[in-house]
Design a protein around this ligand. Structure first.
Ligand code: HEC
Length: 166
């Protein structure tokens, strides 16, 4: 009788053990997926799964192509002031400094990428291959400058203008 109980417990253990292990393992997997579920805004932002639009234009509030009108001199002026107060500590137009020279940034990147990067550097460092590459090269993360989208657009017109000047 005693032996039978022992055998029964052993069988029960052998049956239950794989179930317990499986539950632990699958819980672990779920944990791994949670951050991407909550941090992202798009369905396909699981690591390395990045859409063609995101690859070209980065991650941020700009989610479709924008129409660029003619360069607006008023915006250029506003953008220049913002650049000189909030960006020039790390960026110059023609020389590499803490960050890359910015006169030709509009030739290197799409306008949408520039806006998204200015407004949302953190997410791009996490997800965008180009931003990761830059970080590996410059070894400094650009802090979020907390500018508004209108201010970012003014800086963009400033970048468009200075690119024309050379
Ligand atoms: C504390 C330093 C710092 C400040 C301030 C700063 N940046 Fe940057 N920025 C960097 C660094 C460093 C990089 C590139 C390396 C990297 O991404 O780690 C960079 C990259 C960029 C890029 C991407 C360039 C490319 O070729 O991909 C843009 C656009 C940019 N900055 C715009 C701005 C603007 C606009 C401002 C001001 C509103 C600003 N930055 C303020 C340090 C700074």
């Amino acid at each position: 009788m005693k032996n039978k109980t022992k055998l029964y417990s052993l069988k029960l253990f052998l049956i239950l053990m794989p179930i317990v292990l499986f539950t632990i393992v699958s819980c672990g997997n779920n944990d791994g997926q949670d951050p991407s579920k909550f941090s992202g805004t798009k369905k396909n932002d699981v690591a390395n799964d990045i859409s063609a639009f995101e690859l070209e234009n980065g991650f941020g509030p700009v989610k479709q192509k924008i129409e660029l009108g003619p360069i607006d001199p008023k915006l250029v002026k506003q953008g220049q002031t913002i650049f000189e107060t909030k960006c020039a500590a790390c960026h110059k137009l023609d020389e590499k400094y803490v960050g890359p020279a910015q006169r030709d940034v509009i030739k290197r990147r799409t306008p949408e990428y520039i806006l998204n990067f200015m407004l949302n550097p953190e997410e791009n460092y996490q997800k965008h291959p180009e931003a990761k590459k830059m970080l590996a090269q410059y070894l400094t993360q650009m802090p979020n400058q907390n500018i508004s989208i209108d201010e970012a657009k003014a800086v963009l017109d400033y970048f468009r203008k200075v690119a024309e000047e050379k």
